[in-house]
Design a protein around this ligand. Structure first.
Ligand SMILES: [Zn+2]
Length: 228
């Protein structure tokens, strides 16, 4: 099964991808993780990406595309779930071409839908431990003592990424880039909107229902069935 998971920053993409990958035995391909690994390993692509990041500009489509194409080609036959990619319509068009070249298509695109105000609250409420990296939340995941890490007693901080202005900007960018992507996928194949406000396990069950129905439907791609 080949899947794409879309969703705003803070919508819970990482968690849901892990659940889906575990449930169906898929490879979880996170563009952020792959980028970090390439950089850490100092590969040609990693170095290229690093140059852009050092100068404070977004890593261009072509570098991301090359990196993801390599990862997708190496993916096992059982399939994969893409996380953080594609991010633009241009990337989606290239992904379709890449899959078509191997006589493949995407089986489904899942879109985690959630109100901006809710994700903003989720993200700006996060507090992190500068010593051990533990993450807390001022409402949902409080430390035993306010403002202090349970593990080592360090004072918790709000990472710059979780500040209100940065969060607002990330959401704005997401909507600008991704709303056209949602339209692209709605008109191209199997697309599911998933209500992503609530308990992560309940959201996973909603997703599993959709995917099970897809796999078991009489019209289901024989390819999908065989590989599951
Ligand atoms: Zn700590």
């Amino acid at each position: 099964m080949r899947l794409v998971l879309l969703g705003a920053p803070g919508a819970g993409k990482g968690t849901q991808c892990k659940h889906i990958a575990a449930q169906y035995g898929l490879l979880h391909l996170s563009s952020g993780d792959i980028l970090r690994k390439e950089r850490a390993a100092g590969t040609k692509l990693g170095k290229k990406a690093q140059q852009f990041m050092d100068s404070g500009v977004l890593v261009p489509d072509e570098v991301i595309l090359e990196m993801m194409a390599e990862a997708i080609k190496k993916a096992p036959a059982v399939g994969f779930i893409l996380d953080g990619f594609p991010r633009t319509v241009n990337q989606a068009v290239h992904l379709d071409k890449l899959l078509a070249a191997g006589d493949r298509t995407l089986d489904a695109v899942l879109n985690l839908k959630i109100d901006d105000r809710i994700v903003a609250k989720r993200m700006t409420g996060r507090r992190s431990c500068p010593q051990c990296g533990a993450v807390y939340h001022i409402e949902n995941l409080r430390p035993k003592v306010e403002g202090v890490c349970d593990n080592d007693g360090a004072a918790l901080v709000q990472r710059p990424d979780d500040g209100p202005e940065v969060v607002a900007n990330r959401l704005k960018t997401y909507h600008q880039q991704t709303e056209p992507l949602v339209d692209y996928y709605k008109n191209n194949g199997t697309f599911f909107d998933i209500d992503a406000d609530g308990d992560p396990d309940r959201i996973s069950s909603l997703i599993f229902e959709k995917l099970d129905a897809l796999v078991n439907s009489p019209e289901a791609n024989k390819d999908v069935k065989r590989k599951l």
